[in-house]
Design a protein around this ligand. Structure first.
Ligand code: HEC
Ligand code: HEC
Ligand code: HEC
Ligand code: HEC
Length: 129
């Protein structure tokens, strides 16, 4: 028992810090619009995106379709990164030919709407007043 106790305490601490980490990330079911702080003051009304309702309607069950991973300029379409904001990897003004934050959103959202022939592709349909 004397040997196990410190391990139990350690396990407890790990659980508590994991819970805190989860809470500091915004829950996806609360997302209705996208206005990442990285842009500073937006020039357009924040884009409409009701996260859970959108993905249900569009039948997107696999999170990695949007939340991909990658590093050093190479995308990893199998590594799921939900919980990590796009701005963590896509800069507003990136160096070289990396995908900028605005292009990352536009390309991901609009490409899929075009491919599926469903979902908005005109500015005012997403950037709604
Ligand atoms: C159609 C694309 C899409 C799909 C599919 C998707 N998400 Fe998201 N999700 C987003 C976008 C866009 C954001 C906002 C990201 C940002 O702020 O940079 C987001 C935000 C989040 C956040 C808030 C933290 C963050 O990243 O800012 C969580 C948590 C999350 N999603 C979880 C999930 C989970 C779990 C799934 C799968 C069940 C999923 N998402 C599927 C697009 C998607
Ligand atoms: C962990 C890092 C990481 C996160 C988080 C991430 N990306 Fe990426 N993404 C990359 C890398 C690396 C590339 C390839 C290099 C480049 O194009 O800048 C890439 C490429 C892209 C591309 C161009 C390739 C393609 O699929 O057409 C788009 C669009 C894109 N990301 C959108 C997004 C969106 C939207 C989000 C948030 C929902 C996001 N990314 C989150 C790392 C990330
Ligand atoms: C992988 C495909 C895919 C991606 C990525 C995607 N969408 Fe969609 N979206 C759809 C489909 C399919 C519909 C139509 C759903 C229906 O009505 O049947 C849709 C519909 C919408 C609608 C109409 C209202 C609604 O909620 O149904 C809005 C607004 C929208 N998308 C915004 C976005 C934004 C903003 C992004 C990027 C952050 C995005 N979408 C990324 C597939 C996608
Ligand atoms: C499918 C939805 C969608 C469409 C269509 C779309 N956007 Fe966006 N746009 C976004 C998302 C998502 C972002 C990132 C979050 C935000 O800024 O609200 C964004 C960001 C931006 C930004 C950078 C942030 C800011 O407000 O300064 C500009 C500028 C912009 N879009 C202009 C346009 C213009 C112009 C068009 C039409 C040619 C357009 N967008 C069409 C979804 C869309």
């Amino acid at each position: 028992m004397k040997r196990i106790l410190p391990l139990l305490i350690l396990a407890g601490l790990v659980c508590v810090s994991a819970l805190v980490a989860v809470q500091t990330v915004m829950a996806q079911d609360a997302i209705t619009k996208l206005a990442p702080e990285a842009f500073g003051k937006l020039t357009r009304p924040a884009a409409v995106f009701v996260h859970d309702k959108h993905n249900e309607k569009a039948k997107l069950e696999d999170c990695v379709v949007c939340h991909h991973g990658g590093k050093d300029g190479v995308i990893d379409r199998t590594a799921s990164t939900e919980g990590t904001p796009c701005s963590e990897c896509h800069k507003v003004k990136p160096a070289g030919k990396a995908t900028s934050l605005q292009r990352a959103y536009h390309k991901q959202c609009i490409d899929c709407h075009r491919t599926k022939g469903k979902g908005p592709v005109a500015c005012g349909q997403c950037h709604k007043r």
